[in-house]
Design a protein around this ligand. Sequence first.
Ligand code: KG4
Ligand code: ZN
Length: 341
Amino acid sequence: PDSLTFLGIESSCDDTAAAVVRLTSGRGEILSSVVEGQTALHAAFGGVVPEIAARAHAERVDLCVERALAEAGLPLAALDGIAVTAGPGLIGGVLSGVMCAKGLAAATGLPLVGVNHLAGHALTPRLTDGIDYPYLMLLVSGGHCQFLRVDGPDDFTRLGGSIDDAPGEAFDKVAKILALPQPGGPSVQAEAERGDAKRIPLPRPLLDRPGYDLSFSGLKTAVLRARDGLMAGLGGLRQQDRADLCAAFQRAVADVLVEKSRRALTDHPVRTFAVAGGVAANSEIRARLQALCAGLDTVFLAPPLRLCTDNAAMIAWAGIEQFQLRGADDMTLVARPRWPL
Ligand code: KG4
Ligand code: ZN
């Protein structure tokens, strides 16, 4: 059909989300996108607590769906399908979404499409900018870090990724080490702006190894050691030392991301390089990747942040693309905690 309108549901981490997306003559349009974050619920625990997340998703997912439909101005009956994140993620949350989607599909007879959360992120540039396959994607967030080559709605090649922490996780841990507020990305970036990136030497993990793999956990430990060295004999960390450490850390992350991206783009010369994930919001990292692409004659694409971070519009869109390719799932669709692309 020329036009398809899908509801999307996302509940795999700490955001409950629902959205309505329409495909018309090849282009996607977001009719509504509701995201209910849980940051406040988990703040006291220093990380996402799976039990709390699961309960919050179960309580909120129906309401998010109602709001998404209301904001799109459409009744359920006007939809052509329901897409839901079926993994990977915290299983309690994924289950809430899948149960909700199955209930709606059973009640309406609408097609049900289970979507891989990572496919949602990876297909976002097609929704926002209508770009063609193939393209390269760097997914950098609190939970993900990988280079993907995208050749079709269900055709992903993982070129490489982090062998330990995701970069956002490293930003968050560095913030904790330096007593800066969470989430760490924005607060480390703000400190880095006042700092000297060259004063404190930090490693560039895995830079000397071939391939596209990355590592961030040693970098975080190096920051911890440097902090202890700077604090030795003092009551605490001096303001300038903290800023310099943040600048050095951010520079190290940017350096390895840029170098591995350069390799990936050299080995896979595609027209477009897209980034997604919360870390793509970092202005130094973004500017450096943009400069890299300009030098390689590659189009650099960073979707708006609200579509780079977890949302359901990307799930609805991926559902539409995959439905066109392979049709619907049936009621045996299961929620999967692990699901490599
Ligand atoms: O994609 P996202 O919202 O959630 C998932 O991880 O799924 O990414 C959140 C991560 C956090 O670790 C946060 O510290 C990081 O993205 N982040 C940043 C910036 N803004 C958010 N990291 C570096 N610089 C930023 N400006
Ligand atoms: Zn995500």
